[in-house]
Design a protein around this ligand. Structure first.
Ligand code: A2P
Length: 270
């Protein structure tokens, strides 16, 4: 599994399983178990997903040692606003059944994120790497005025209809790795029915999902596709044995429509 080196000297597998909207219990435990069975070594959850217990179950069921799995969870907005970053982290660890996370992210730039950031920097040992999610340039600037530690990661929405390339380039210039959520266009989207993607998929003998995920690998981002189906989870992971030509990369870049599926970090209301 290909890895990316972060600005804190640690590395992260470039493909991870996303579990947003995956139901706690068997559905989540199975998705995590199937991903690990298929060779994924990176799981991305969040406190607000309310499935951290299932994630922990799936990890244990895999029989893999804790150290072989890269695990991310996120600090929820209410906990940021209430100034309870460290309490929320402890609650997540309890649900996950582990004593550390590889990556802990500030989920959204909710009021108080600078203070939460300072608090988390003190969470010795419980967090291996610290980062943010859904941050625009001005949020990163505000954080930089508060603390010297630059986030290792910024996790943002991106897919071919909203490729977010400008923000990705800006993060790269600051030494921040980008993770992308809703890489397949999210639940209920129509990206995977796109005719251009279908044509490229036929050309390479791959699925449209594999084409999109491979495009992300080649543009250097960490990609977190979500599925609850065993076959899809496995096939979404089979993206390390082919390469898109520069021309086809550009055809996918050209699908840009400025079409978000999630909230805008400047106007979110949750
Ligand atoms: P499901 O969980 O039922 O497989 P994103 O990662 O952009 O959030 O997109 C996830 C959506 O795409 C989910 O609705 C997921 O549904 C679906 N999905 C994931 N992998 C595939 C695939 N290989 N082919 C078709 N749909 C997929």
């Amino acid at each position: 599994m290909h890895k990316i080196l972060l600005n804190d000297g640690r590395s992260i597998p470039q493909l991870g399983l996303g579990v947003f909207q995956t139901r706690d219990g068997e559905e989540t435990a199975n998705a995590v178990y199937w991903a690990l069975e298929a060779g994924y070594r990176h799981i991305d959850t969040a406190k607000i997903y309310a499935n951290e217990r299932g994630v922990g179950e799936g990890m244990r069921k895999s029989g893999l040692a804790r150290g072989e799995i890269y695990l991310t969870t996120k600090l929820w907005n209410e906990d940021i606003r209430k100034g309870r970053a460290r309490e929320a982290l402890a609650e997540s660890l309890e649900m996950l059944g582990t004593d550390y996370v590889d990556l802990y992210l500030i989920h959204w730039p909710a009021v108080g994120y600078e203070k939460a950031w300072m608090e988390l920097l003190q969470a010795e040992g419980k967090i291996r790497t610290i980062g943010v999610s859904n941050f625009h340039e001005h949020h990163l600037d505000s954080l930089a005025r508060t603390a010297k530690v630059v986030p290792a990661v910024n996790q943002i929405e991106a897919h071919p209809y909203f490729n977010n390339q400008k923000l990705i380039d800006l993060c790269a210039a600051r030494g921040i790795a980008v993770q992308v959520w809703s890489p397949l266009g999210g639940t209920g989207g129509n990206l995977l029915q796109d005719a251009v993607l279908a044509g490229i998929a036929v050309k390479y003998g791959r699925t449209p999902a594999q084409i999109v995920l491979r495009w992300d690998l080649q543009r250097g981002v960490i990609v977190l596709p979500k599925s609850v189906h065993r076959e899809r989870i496995a096939s979404n992971g089979e993206i390390f044995d082919f390469e898109l030509s520069r021309e086809d990369m550009e055809r996918i870049n050209a699908l840009e429509r400025g079409e978000r599926v999630g909230a805008n970090p400047d106007t979110f209301d949750f």
